[in-house]
Write a protein that binds this ligand. Sequence first.
Ligand code: SAM
Length: 250
Amino acid sequence: MLIVCPTPIGNLEDATARQRQALAGADIIACEDTRHSGKLLGLLGIARVDGVPRLVSYHEHNAAERIPELLGNLAAGDTVVLVSDAGTPTISDPGYRLVRAAAQAGHPVSALPGPVAAMVALSAAGLPTNRFFFEGFLPSKTRARTERLGALRALGVTVILYESPRRVLGLLADVEAVYGPAHEVCAARELTKMHEEYLRGSCAEVRADLADRPEIYGEFVVILAPFVPADEDADIEAQIDAKIRELLAE
Ligand code: SAM
């Protein structure tokens, strides 16, 4: 069987008992980087006996040759555990093609629950969660990024982005241009780590805060509040005020 196994996004304590069991019991661990995942097994105290579990690299560039090999392993009865460098495989990470191929070949595929940086950030951002759109990484060039942000703005829902520390200021500048400087955002960095931080406020405030720092480090999740055209916004505020007055009167 194929098991999709999340790994911590920064805090080893987030590895669950089921994840540890899956990793320890695997015949093969398909991972982005064998050295990185080998180190993680050591940190989790999972001993490899005679090279088992066997670590096999699986990433976007070798998927075409690796998938048939791994399907062969599954057919031979091996338990294959799919991991990525951090978080949940297949979410802005490689893996979906392997999952699809295994399922199409009739092998059981199961996934363990675990951390996704997007969900961790969303749950503490304090922005609407009833409807949201996970975008992941936007294009790195301003023009393409601005175009995509325009399409996201039109969705009218909360938008979740992934970004590197190197590009986060450029991203926020483009968000400001497309959504407006007063638009509410939350930039979450170093999630689950010692220096975890949530920067909440207007896009201009969050950008200024980061721009003031001598160095920006840590990976980011940037969450954008839903775009609501100005008059609708005022309408909602008025409805909330009316409801509060009604409740107070009761
Ligand atoms: N599969 C992963 C997941 O489940 O979240 C995402 C992998 S993607 C290649 C890496 C991006 O996820 C980073 O650039 C960052 O945007 C986000 N990310 C991962 N870990 C994070 C953390 N501890 N704090 C903030 N963002 C994080």
